[in-house]
Design a protein around this ligand. Structure first.
Ligand code: AMP
Ligand code: ZN
Length: 116
């Protein structure tokens, strides 16, 4: 049985504030937002981390970024700017092991001091 929370969001088994869906990806609001706009974009296919990207599924990464760009426009943060983050494994603080892209914006985000 698949216990992955983002797989369950992708199938509708767990509710979310869904902002976009197509055959490949789903986008929804982060439940614990770190910025006024904080959206998660996931592939419907279960891929645990960015390390699982290969030639066969790399189109999903392009699609996730395209959806991020479109949602940034829809949320009116394109001109002001936004940040895209993919955490990969424990040193990056990845908590949910279903690949996801964070789209953050709506305020000045400052430098990425957590990397220092
Ligand atoms: P990461 O640390 O990159 O794995 O990020 C996981 C993100 O998923 C965090 O920002 C959480 O707030 C978010 N999250 C966890 N569960 C849910 C949920 N059920 N709906 C929306 N966002 C979630
Ligand atoms: Zn999953």
């Amino acid at each position: 049985m698949n216990e992955c929370i983002f797989c369950k969001i992708a199938t509708g088994e767990i509710p979310c504030d869904k902002l976009y869906e197509d055959d490949d990806v789903v986008a929804f609001s982060d439940i614990n937002p770190a910025a006024p706009v904080h959206i998660l974009i996931i592939p419907k296919k279960h891929l645990p981390t960015l390390n699982d990207i290969d030639d066969k599924n790399a189109h999903l990464i392009a699609k996730m970024h395209l959806v991020a760009k479109e949602l940034a426009h829809a949320k009116k943060i394109s001109a002001g700017g936004y940040r895209i983050i993919i955490n990969c494994n424990s040193d990056a603080g990845q908590e949910v092991f279903h690949l996801h892209l964070h789209l953050l914006g709506g305020k000045p985000l400052g430098p990425m001091i957590a990397c220092r």
